[in-house]
Ligand binder design. Structure first.
Ligand code: TRP
Length: 393
Protein backbone atom coordinates (compact mmCIF):
# COMPACT_ATOMS: atom_id res chain seq x y z
CA UNK A 1 0.00 0.00 0.00
CA UNK A 2 1.48 3.38 -0.90
CA UNK A 3 2.53 5.44 2.10
CA UNK A 4 0.09 8.25 1.43
CA UNK A 5 -2.85 5.86 1.48
CA UNK A 6 -2.46 4.23 4.86
CA UNK A 7 -4.93 6.49 6.57
CA UNK A 8 -8.18 8.18 5.59
CA UNK A 9 -9.68 11.28 7.16
CA UNK A 10 -13.02 12.67 6.01
CA UNK A 11 -16.00 13.90 8.06
CA UNK A 12 -17.56 10.46 7.62
CA UNK A 13 -14.60 8.17 8.15
CA UNK A 14 -11.36 8.25 10.11
CA UNK A 15 -9.30 5.14 9.49
CA UNK A 16 -5.74 4.00 10.03
CA UNK A 17 -2.88 5.57 11.89
CA UNK A 18 -3.29 9.30 11.27
CA UNK A 19 -0.13 11.19 10.37
CA UNK A 20 -1.14 14.68 11.47
CA UNK A 21 1.64 16.49 9.61
CA UNK A 22 1.05 14.69 6.35
CA UNK A 23 -2.63 15.41 6.70
CA UNK A 24 -1.86 19.15 6.68
CA UNK A 25 -0.08 18.73 3.35
CA UNK A 26 -3.03 16.79 1.96
CA UNK A 27 -5.54 19.36 3.23
CA UNK A 28 -3.39 22.42 2.61
CA UNK A 29 -3.64 23.80 6.17
CA UNK A 30 -0.74 25.27 8.18
CA UNK A 31 0.83 24.20 11.45
CA UNK A 32 0.41 26.87 14.12
CA UNK A 33 3.52 28.94 14.77
CA UNK A 34 4.88 29.95 18.19
CA UNK A 35 3.82 33.54 17.46
CA UNK A 36 0.28 32.43 16.75
CA UNK A 37 0.14 30.34 19.92
CA UNK A 38 1.40 33.31 21.92
CA UNK A 39 -1.30 35.58 20.45
CA UNK A 40 -4.11 33.58 22.07
CA UNK A 41 -5.52 35.26 25.19
CA UNK A 42 -3.42 34.89 28.29
CA UNK A 43 -3.09 32.38 29.85
CA UNK A 44 -2.97 30.51 26.55
CA UNK A 45 -5.42 27.62 26.72
CA UNK A 46 -3.77 24.21 27.35
CA UNK A 47 -5.33 22.87 24.14
CA UNK A 48 -3.29 25.44 22.20
CA UNK A 49 -0.21 25.40 24.44
CA UNK A 50 0.07 21.62 24.18
CA UNK A 51 -0.64 21.57 20.45
CA UNK A 52 -3.85 19.60 20.54
CA UNK A 53 -5.10 22.45 18.39
CA UNK A 54 -2.07 22.18 16.18
CA UNK A 55 -2.93 23.77 12.85
CA UNK A 56 -5.22 26.19 11.14
CA UNK A 57 -6.24 28.47 8.31
CA UNK A 58 -6.37 32.28 8.56
CA UNK A 59 -5.91 32.18 12.32
CA UNK A 60 -4.13 35.57 12.30
CA UNK A 61 -7.11 37.58 11.08
CA UNK A 62 -9.17 36.16 13.93
CA UNK A 63 -6.51 36.77 16.57
CA UNK A 64 -5.89 40.32 15.34
CA UNK A 65 -9.59 41.18 15.62
CA UNK A 66 -9.85 39.45 19.01
CA UNK A 67 -6.84 41.33 20.37
CA UNK A 68 -8.00 44.65 18.90
CA UNK A 69 -11.46 44.35 20.45
CA UNK A 70 -13.14 44.15 17.03
CA UNK A 71 -16.05 41.88 16.17
CA UNK A 72 -14.93 38.25 15.89
CA UNK A 73 -16.80 34.98 16.12
CA UNK A 74 -16.34 31.31 16.78
CA UNK A 75 -18.49 28.58 15.23
CA UNK A 76 -18.51 25.22 16.96
CA UNK A 77 -21.28 22.79 16.24
CA UNK A 78 -22.63 19.43 17.23
CA UNK A 79 -24.01 16.58 15.19
CA UNK A 80 -26.50 14.96 17.59
CA UNK A 81 -25.71 11.32 16.87
CA UNK A 82 -26.03 10.18 20.48
CA UNK A 83 -24.93 11.07 24.00
CA UNK A 84 -21.87 13.32 24.16
CA UNK A 85 -18.58 11.97 25.43
CA UNK A 86 -15.65 13.90 26.81
CA UNK A 87 -14.00 14.29 23.40
CA UNK A 88 -17.07 16.12 22.09
CA UNK A 89 -17.13 18.81 24.71
CA UNK A 90 -13.66 20.32 24.60
CA UNK A 91 -14.27 22.62 21.59
CA UNK A 92 -17.22 24.10 23.51
CA UNK A 93 -15.14 24.78 26.61
CA UNK A 94 -12.50 26.24 24.31
CA UNK A 95 -15.08 28.56 22.72
CA UNK A 96 -16.18 29.61 26.21
CA UNK A 97 -12.57 30.47 27.08
CA UNK A 98 -12.39 32.74 24.02
CA UNK A 99 -15.74 34.32 24.81
CA UNK A 100 -14.71 35.02 28.40
CA UNK A 101 -11.36 36.52 27.43
CA UNK A 102 -12.08 38.43 24.23
CA UNK A 103 -15.86 38.70 24.01
CA UNK A 104 -16.04 36.38 21.01
CA UNK A 105 -19.49 35.78 19.56
CA UNK A 106 -20.14 32.05 19.68
CA UNK A 107 -22.45 30.32 17.20
CA UNK A 108 -23.48 26.74 17.87
CA UNK A 109 -25.19 24.97 14.96
CA UNK A 110 -26.80 21.61 15.70
CA UNK A 111 -26.90 19.43 12.58
CA UNK A 112 -29.80 17.10 13.31
CA UNK A 113 -30.38 16.82 9.54
CA UNK A 114 -26.82 15.55 9.00
CA UNK A 115 -27.04 12.86 11.65
CA UNK A 116 -30.49 11.73 10.54
CA UNK A 117 -29.13 11.29 7.02
CA UNK A 118 -26.05 9.46 8.26
CA UNK A 119 -27.37 7.16 10.98
CA UNK A 120 -29.91 4.41 11.08
CA UNK A 121 -32.14 6.26 13.54
CA UNK A 122 -35.57 7.88 13.37
CA UNK A 123 -36.02 11.66 13.32
CA UNK A 124 -37.56 11.29 16.76
CA UNK A 125 -34.48 9.57 18.16
CA UNK A 126 -32.15 12.16 16.63
CA UNK A 127 -34.32 14.91 18.05
CA UNK A 128 -34.04 13.34 21.53
CA UNK A 129 -30.25 13.31 21.19
CA UNK A 130 -30.34 16.95 20.12
CA UNK A 131 -32.32 17.93 23.23
CA UNK A 132 -29.92 16.09 25.53
CA UNK A 133 -26.86 17.49 23.73
CA UNK A 134 -28.23 21.03 23.95
CA UNK A 135 -28.47 20.76 27.73
CA UNK A 136 -24.82 19.70 27.83
CA UNK A 137 -23.87 22.61 25.58
CA UNK A 138 -25.82 25.05 27.75
CA UNK A 139 -24.09 23.63 30.84
CA UNK A 140 -20.81 25.03 29.48
CA UNK A 141 -22.13 28.43 30.54
CA UNK A 142 -22.13 30.62 27.43
CA UNK A 143 -23.24 34.25 27.65
CA UNK A 144 -26.72 34.48 26.06
CA UNK A 145 -25.97 38.01 24.82
CA UNK A 146 -23.09 36.75 22.72
CA UNK A 147 -24.13 33.21 21.82
CA UNK A 148 -26.56 31.91 19.22
CA UNK A 149 -27.71 28.33 18.81
CA UNK A 150 -29.39 27.13 15.63
CA UNK A 151 -30.91 23.71 15.02
CA UNK A 152 -31.01 22.91 11.32
CA UNK A 153 -34.56 21.58 11.13
CA UNK A 154 -35.92 24.01 13.74
CA UNK A 155 -34.29 27.15 12.29
CA UNK A 156 -34.96 26.21 8.69
CA UNK A 157 -36.31 29.72 7.94
CA UNK A 158 -32.73 30.94 8.04
CA UNK A 159 -30.59 27.83 7.47
CA UNK A 160 -32.40 26.68 4.33
CA UNK A 161 -32.32 29.92 2.27
CA UNK A 162 -28.61 30.29 3.03
CA UNK A 163 -27.84 26.66 2.25
CA UNK A 164 -29.68 26.84 -1.07
CA UNK A 165 -27.74 29.85 -2.27
CA UNK A 166 -24.43 28.27 -1.24
CA UNK A 167 -25.38 24.91 -2.79
CA UNK A 168 -25.32 26.53 -6.19
CA UNK A 169 -21.57 27.12 -5.78
CA UNK A 170 -20.74 23.53 -4.79
CA UNK A 171 -20.59 20.93 -7.54
CA UNK A 172 -21.37 17.25 -7.11
CA UNK A 173 -17.82 16.49 -8.29
CA UNK A 174 -16.39 18.58 -5.44
CA UNK A 175 -18.57 16.78 -2.92
CA UNK A 176 -17.55 13.36 -4.25
CA UNK A 177 -13.87 14.26 -4.27
CA UNK A 178 -13.96 15.84 -0.81
CA UNK A 179 -16.12 13.38 1.12
CA UNK A 180 -16.28 10.22 -0.97
CA UNK A 181 -19.51 9.36 -2.78
CA UNK A 182 -22.41 10.37 -0.52
CA UNK A 183 -24.80 7.56 0.43
CA UNK A 184 -27.89 9.68 -0.29
CA UNK A 185 -28.85 13.02 -1.85
CA UNK A 186 -29.29 14.57 1.56
CA UNK A 187 -25.63 14.14 2.36
CA UNK A 188 -24.74 15.49 -1.07
CA UNK A 189 -26.48 18.69 -0.07
CA UNK A 190 -25.30 18.80 3.53
CA UNK A 191 -21.95 20.54 2.83
CA UNK A 192 -23.98 23.58 1.75
CA UNK A 193 -25.78 23.45 5.10
CA UNK A 194 -22.52 23.37 7.01
CA UNK A 195 -21.27 26.27 4.84
CA UNK A 196 -24.35 28.16 6.04
CA UNK A 197 -23.30 27.43 9.64
CA UNK A 198 -19.81 28.76 9.11
CA UNK A 199 -20.92 31.95 7.35
CA UNK A 200 -23.93 32.59 9.58
CA UNK A 201 -22.14 34.93 12.05
CA UNK A 202 -21.04 37.19 9.21
CA UNK A 203 -24.46 37.12 7.57
CA UNK A 204 -26.06 38.11 10.86
CA UNK A 205 -23.48 40.66 12.07
CA UNK A 206 -21.72 41.81 8.91
CA UNK A 207 -18.30 40.88 7.61
CA UNK A 208 -15.74 39.95 10.28
CA UNK A 209 -13.21 37.19 11.06
CA UNK A 210 -14.66 33.84 12.12
CA UNK A 211 -12.73 30.93 13.59
CA UNK A 212 -13.95 27.34 13.47
CA UNK A 213 -12.25 25.16 16.11
CA UNK A 214 -12.82 21.57 15.02
CA UNK A 215 -11.17 18.18 14.92
CA UNK A 216 -9.21 17.91 11.71
CA UNK A 217 -11.73 15.50 10.13
CA UNK A 218 -14.12 18.46 9.80
CA UNK A 219 -11.65 20.51 7.75
CA UNK A 220 -13.23 19.44 4.42
CA UNK A 221 -16.37 21.34 5.45
CA UNK A 222 -14.27 24.42 6.11
CA UNK A 223 -12.56 24.07 2.73
CA UNK A 224 -15.83 23.80 0.83
CA UNK A 225 -17.16 26.82 2.70
CA UNK A 226 -14.02 28.86 2.02
CA UNK A 227 -14.40 28.14 -1.69
CA UNK A 228 -17.99 29.36 -1.54
CA UNK A 229 -16.89 32.50 0.33
CA UNK A 230 -14.09 33.11 -2.17
CA UNK A 231 -16.62 33.39 -5.01
CA UNK A 232 -17.47 36.76 -3.49
CA UNK A 233 -21.14 36.65 -4.22
CA UNK A 234 -21.60 37.62 -0.58
CA UNK A 235 -19.77 40.23 1.46
CA UNK A 236 -17.97 37.76 3.73
CA UNK A 237 -14.43 36.73 4.62
CA UNK A 238 -13.43 33.11 4.33
CA UNK A 239 -13.88 31.52 7.75
CA UNK A 240 -10.67 30.51 9.47
CA UNK A 241 -10.10 27.12 11.07
CA UNK A 242 -8.34 25.88 14.16
CA UNK A 243 -7.72 22.17 13.74
CA UNK A 244 -7.25 19.65 16.52
CA UNK A 245 -5.93 16.17 16.82
CA UNK A 246 -8.34 13.49 18.00
CA UNK A 247 -8.70 12.79 21.69
CA UNK A 248 -7.67 9.12 21.86
CA UNK A 249 -10.38 6.60 22.63
CA UNK A 250 -9.95 4.46 25.74
CA UNK A 251 -8.49 1.69 23.57
CA UNK A 252 -5.40 3.71 22.81
CA UNK A 253 -4.00 6.37 20.50
CA UNK A 254 -4.56 5.75 16.83
CA UNK A 255 -7.72 3.79 17.60
CA UNK A 256 -10.50 6.12 16.65
CA UNK A 257 -13.71 5.61 18.52
CA UNK A 258 -16.67 5.07 16.25
CA UNK A 259 -20.30 4.69 17.08
CA UNK A 260 -19.85 0.94 16.72
CA UNK A 261 -17.45 0.75 19.69
CA UNK A 262 -18.44 0.77 23.32
CA UNK A 263 -18.81 4.42 24.32
CA UNK A 264 -15.89 6.21 25.92
CA UNK A 265 -16.37 8.37 28.98
CA UNK A 266 -19.76 10.05 28.72
CA UNK A 267 -20.56 13.50 30.05
CA UNK A 268 -23.27 11.82 32.12
CA UNK A 269 -20.95 9.27 33.77
CA UNK A 270 -20.80 9.42 37.55
CA UNK A 271 -17.55 9.03 39.52
CA UNK A 272 -17.96 5.30 39.83
CA UNK A 273 -18.45 4.84 36.08
CA UNK A 274 -15.40 7.01 35.31
CA UNK A 275 -13.18 5.03 37.69
CA UNK A 276 -14.48 1.75 36.36
CA UNK A 277 -13.85 2.71 32.71
CA UNK A 278 -10.40 4.13 33.33
CA UNK A 279 -9.31 1.23 35.56
CA UNK A 280 -10.53 -1.55 33.30
CA UNK A 281 -10.47 -0.08 29.79
CA UNK A 282 -7.93 2.75 29.50
CA UNK A 283 -5.00 1.56 27.42
CA UNK A 284 -1.81 1.61 29.51
CA UNK A 285 1.71 2.52 28.46
CA UNK A 286 3.03 0.75 31.55
CA UNK A 287 5.07 -2.45 31.74
CA UNK A 288 3.60 -5.87 32.26
CA UNK A 289 4.82 -6.18 35.85
CA UNK A 290 5.47 -3.73 38.65
CA UNK A 291 9.15 -4.79 38.78
CA UNK A 292 9.63 -4.22 35.06
CA UNK A 293 7.86 -0.86 35.32
CA UNK A 294 10.01 0.29 38.26
CA UNK A 295 13.15 -0.82 36.42
CA UNK A 296 12.44 0.38 32.89
CA UNK A 297 9.62 2.92 33.22
CA UNK A 298 6.44 3.39 31.18
CA UNK A 299 5.55 5.33 28.06
CA UNK A 300 3.17 8.25 28.74
CA UNK A 301 2.87 9.09 25.02
CA UNK A 302 0.59 6.10 24.40
CA UNK A 303 -1.00 5.93 27.84
CA UNK A 304 -4.64 6.98 27.63
CA UNK A 305 -4.81 8.03 31.30
CA UNK A 306 -1.87 10.35 30.76
CA UNK A 307 -3.24 11.59 27.44
CA UNK A 308 -6.59 12.48 29.02
CA UNK A 309 -4.76 14.70 31.50
CA UNK A 310 -2.41 16.12 28.88
CA UNK A 311 -5.04 16.81 26.23
CA UNK A 312 -7.57 18.59 28.33
CA UNK A 313 -8.22 17.71 31.94
CA UNK A 314 -5.09 18.85 33.81
CA UNK A 315 -4.52 22.57 33.52
CA UNK A 316 -1.17 22.74 35.26
CA UNK A 317 1.79 22.24 32.92
CA UNK A 318 4.01 21.63 35.89
CA UNK A 319 1.80 18.75 37.01
CA UNK A 320 1.54 17.04 33.62
CA UNK A 321 5.29 17.34 33.14
CA UNK A 322 5.98 15.85 36.54
CA UNK A 323 3.59 12.95 35.89
CA UNK A 324 5.24 12.23 32.53
CA UNK A 325 8.70 12.31 34.11
CA UNK A 326 7.78 10.05 37.01
CA UNK A 327 6.02 7.63 34.68
CA UNK A 328 9.05 7.42 32.41
CA UNK A 329 11.34 6.92 35.39
CA UNK A 330 9.12 4.16 36.72
CA UNK A 331 8.37 5.73 40.10
CA UNK A 332 4.75 6.36 39.07
CA UNK A 333 2.90 3.13 38.36
CA UNK A 334 0.20 2.60 35.76
CA UNK A 335 -2.45 1.92 38.42
CA UNK A 336 -1.51 5.12 40.24
CA UNK A 337 -1.68 7.17 37.07
CA UNK A 338 -5.12 5.73 36.33
CA UNK A 339 -6.40 6.81 39.73
CA UNK A 340 -5.09 10.36 39.18
CA UNK A 341 -6.67 10.57 35.72
CA UNK A 342 -10.00 9.13 36.88
CA UNK A 343 -10.12 11.56 39.81
CA UNK A 344 -9.40 14.58 37.59
CA UNK A 345 -11.92 13.59 34.92
CA UNK A 346 -14.57 12.77 37.55
CA UNK A 347 -14.09 16.19 39.21
CA UNK A 348 -14.53 17.93 35.88
CA UNK A 349 -17.65 15.93 35.05
CA UNK A 350 -19.15 16.53 38.47
CA UNK A 351 -18.85 20.30 37.98
CA UNK A 352 -20.29 20.01 34.46
CA UNK A 353 -23.20 17.90 35.70
CA UNK A 354 -23.95 20.35 38.52
CA UNK A 355 -24.17 23.19 36.02
CA UNK A 356 -26.42 21.07 33.82
CA UNK A 357 -28.68 20.16 36.75
CA UNK A 358 -29.07 23.81 37.70
CA UNK A 359 -30.53 24.69 34.29
CA UNK A 360 -34.27 25.00 33.83
CA UNK A 361 -36.06 22.90 31.19
CA UNK A 362 -34.82 23.34 27.61
CA UNK A 363 -38.00 25.24 26.70
CA UNK A 364 -37.02 27.91 29.23
CA UNK A 365 -33.28 28.02 28.52
CA UNK A 366 -33.03 27.79 24.73
CA UNK A 367 -35.05 30.88 23.72
CA UNK A 368 -32.34 33.17 25.16
CA UNK A 369 -29.93 31.71 22.62
CA UNK A 370 -32.05 31.70 19.49
CA UNK A 371 -31.67 34.20 16.67
CA UNK A 372 -33.91 37.24 17.05
CA UNK A 373 -36.27 38.08 14.18
CA UNK A 374 -34.07 40.97 13.07
CA UNK A 375 -31.02 38.70 13.05
CA UNK A 376 -32.83 36.16 10.88
CA UNK A 377 -33.88 38.93 8.52
CA UNK A 378 -30.33 40.30 8.30
CA UNK A 379 -28.91 36.89 7.49
CA UNK A 380 -31.46 36.27 4.73
CA UNK A 381 -30.99 39.75 3.33
CA UNK A 382 -27.21 39.41 3.18
CA UNK A 383 -27.69 36.10 1.34
CA UNK A 384 -29.76 38.00 -1.23
CA UNK A 385 -33.35 37.38 -0.07
CA UNK A 386 -35.40 40.58 -0.15
CA UNK A 387 -37.13 41.78 3.01
CA UNK A 388 -40.49 41.44 1.33
CA UNK A 389 -39.83 37.79 0.57
CA UNK A 390 -42.54 35.30 1.43
CA UNK A 391 -40.70 34.33 4.63
CA UNK A 392 -41.85 37.67 6.06
CA UNK A 393 -45.55 37.32 5.23
N1 TRP B 1 -20.59 18.11 11.27
C1 TRP B 1 -20.23 18.18 12.66
C2 TRP B 1 -20.13 16.77 13.24
O1 TRP B 1 -20.43 15.81 12.60
C3 TRP B 1 -21.19 18.99 13.49
C4 TRP B 1 -21.25 20.40 13.01
C5 TRP B 1 -22.28 20.96 12.31
C6 TRP B 1 -20.25 21.39 13.14
N2 TRP B 1 -21.99 22.24 12.02
C7 TRP B 1 -20.76 22.56 12.49
C8 TRP B 1 -18.98 21.45 13.75
C9 TRP B 1 -20.04 23.72 12.44
C10 TRP B 1 -18.28 22.63 13.69
C11 TRP B 1 -18.79 23.76 13.04
O2 TRP B 1 -19.74 16.59 14.37
Amino acid sequence: MPAEDDFTVTPYAVEGDVDYDRLLEQFGADALTDDQRAAFPDPVHPLVRREVFYAGRDVDAFLDAANAGETHSVVTGRGPSGPMHVGHVFPFYFAKYLQDRTGALVYVPVSDDEKYLLKDESVGAISDHARENLLDILAVGFDPERTRIVVDTADADVVYPLAVTFAKDVTQATVNATYGDPVNVGLSFYPAVQAAHLLLPQLVEGRHPTLVPVAVDQDPHVRVCRDVAAKRRYDVDKPGALLSKFLPSLDGPGKMSSSADAPGILLSDDREAVFEKVRTRAYSGGRSSVEAHRRRGGNPDVDVSYLLLYYFFEESDERVERLAREYREGSLLSGELKEIAAETVADFLEAHQERRASLGPLEAELPKFRLAEAERRNARRRAGFPDDSLAQQ
